[in-house]
Design a protein. Structure first.
Length: 95
C-alpha cells in the first residue's frame, strides 16, 4: 500500500477503508458512538503512523464538539481493531 503514495495519502486511503468496513460489518457501526473523531493508526507503516500521532493534539481539540476519539488500527491495509472511547477494543478480523 505504501508505493508512491505520501503518508497523508496512505492515511486518507485507510479512512476510506474504515468506511468500507462499516458497510461490511454493521455490528461495528452499532458499537461506535453516534458522533466521533476518527484516528487512523497504521501499525505497519511507521511514516504514516508518525504523521497520525503528530495530528493527535489537533484531533483531541475537536472532541468537545465533534465527539470522542475512536482509533482504527490497520495492518496490511486491513482494519484489525477499533479502540472505542471507553478503552474497549473491538477486533475486526478472526484471530
Amino acid at each position: 500500500m505504501t508505493g508512491s503514495l505520501t503518508p497523508e495519502d496512505r492515511l486518507f486511503a485507510l479512512q476510506g477503508r474504515f468506511g468500507e468496513a462499516l458497510l461490511e460489518r454493521p455490528e461495528l457501526l452499532e458499537a461506535l458512538p453516534e458522533k466521533f473523531v476518527l484516528v487512523v493508526l497504521p501499525l505497519d507503516d511507521p511514516e504514516a503512523g508518525r504523521l497520525a500521532l503528530e495530528r493527535l493534539p489537533r484531533l483531541q481539540a475537536w472532541t468537545e464538539e465533534e465527539g470522542p476519539l475512536v482509533h482504527a488500527l490497520f495492518q496490511g491495509g486491513e482494519l484489525v481493531g477499533v479502540v472505542l472511547p471507553q478503552g474497549r477494543v473491538v477486533a475486526t478480523r478472526a484471530a
